[in-house]
Design a protein around this ligand. Structure first.
Ligand SMILES: *Cc1c(COP(=O)(O)O)cnc(C)c1O
Length: 354
């Protein structure tokens, strides 16, 4: 079967080289006569993987030794509660959240278990069709939390506010996709399965100096400091997802790093948005200035053409184009590993729908 054009929102397409090398490592890792699935996480070969997987993140993000990199289980969703657990003061704890979509709302829900949550901006009433920009965050807050890319509604923060407190960002769906100053953040997290690797591991990048100030007793497994002290091996890490993530990041580094990925991502998004804007049958859900370069959510305006369109993109070898169940319509996820040729195929199908 030939390779499909995979627009899935996550788990998602990864570089073909990553699939190949992962497959080889499952059969025989590093030529040691063992599968990566059966070796100890304390073995020399895996410790080297973990060390490099942590180091490469700091190289790609241009971050210094004041930051630590962790690979944790539990998905980005676990970070919704680990963040307040580790950063919200036990007494009179208070955090500011930007409500830009379903995932941001999920983070808000969990944070409320730990203290006061002020929503400083929200586009919920307008179906999350834009990114709120008119707000300030003062030093009375323990931290500010935002979501850089709204995976479902297709919006993306093009810039980040200057805040008077710690800056925390859920970058699950656009991490490593564009050049930004990563040092403006005190804590970044991202589920790997949307641009970085397979499902099963979550990246956390944290500035060491922000930890240990809340006066809370934090269970060890949920305490960033415990994971830092054990070099991301407090318990058995997700060995294989960490390895596949390392392969993906090595592929990125070899191919021009984030800057080159950004240029490719911009070209892909431009191609698709130009077709959506010029084709009277299609429209995005969100405001133009906030459109995501990663997740292009759009709708077909003439419902009577739905069956024809669905049959056409499937016949063209496209997979994963259906919109999120909460929004409907279509969603083309243009993550780093998606080649522009796949977007060209989709645009051709859209052009041919009359
Ligand atoms: C998918 C997603 C999540 C949830 O990730 P899990 O790893 O499934 O917990 C959180 N935030 C954003 C922005 C996402 O896109």
């Amino acid at each position: 079967m030939s390779k499909k054009h995979n627009f899935s929102a996550g788990p998602c397409i990864l570089p073909q080289e990553v699939f190949q090398k992962s497959a080889e490592a499952i059969l025989d890792f590093n030529g040691i006569g063992l599968s990566i699935l059966e070796i100890s996480h304390r073995s020399k070969d895996f410790v080297a993987v973990m060390d490099e997987a942590r180091a490469i993140v700091k190289r790609l993000m241009n971050l210094g030794d004041d930051y630590e990199v962790l690979y944790l289980g539990g998905g980005a969703s676990l970070q919704f509660l680990m963040v307040p657990y580790n950063l919200m003061r036990a007494e009179n704890g208070k955090a500011a959240y930007l409500d830009t979509g379903t995932w941001a709302a999920g983070a808000i829900k969990e944070a409320k278990n730990f203290g006061t949550v002020d929503i400083v901006g929200s586009s919920k009433e307008q179906k999350y069709s834009f990114i709120p920009k008119d707000y300030t965050v003062g030093s009375e807050y323990d931290y500010f939390h935002c979501t850089s890319n709204n995976t479902i509604y297709g919006t993306q923060m093009k810039s980040f506010p200057k805040v008077d407190t710690l800056m925390v960002c859920d970058m699950s769906s656009d991490i490593f996709s564009r050049v930004i100053d990563y040092s403006q953040f005190d804590l970044i997290y991202a589920g790997a399965q949307k641009n970085m690797g397979p499902a099963g591991v979550t990246l956390v990048v944290v500035k060491k100096s922000i930890l240990g100030h809340t006066g809370r007793t934090i269970p060890s497994i949920l305490n960033y400091q415990c994971h830092i002290d054990k070099e991301s091996m407090y318990n058995t890490p997700p060995v294989f997802p960490v390895y596949a993530t390392l392969l993906t990041l090595q592929h990125l580094e070899k191919n021009g790093g984030i800057a080159a990925a950004e240029a490719r991502n911009e070209a892909k998004a431009k191609l698709l948005y130009e077709e959506i804007d010029s084709n009277p049958l299609f429209e995005t859900f969100c405001q133009k200035e906030d459109r995501s370069l990663m997740n292009v959510s759009f709708q077909l305006l003439d419902e009577s053409k739905k069956d024809e369109f669905d049959a056409a993109w499937k016949a063209a070898g496209i997979s994963g184009l259906n919109g999120h169940r909460s929004l409907g319509g279509y969603r083309a996820s243009l993550y780093n590993a998606l080649p522009i040729e796949s977007v060209q195929v989709l645009v051709e199908v859209m052009k041919n729908l009359k």
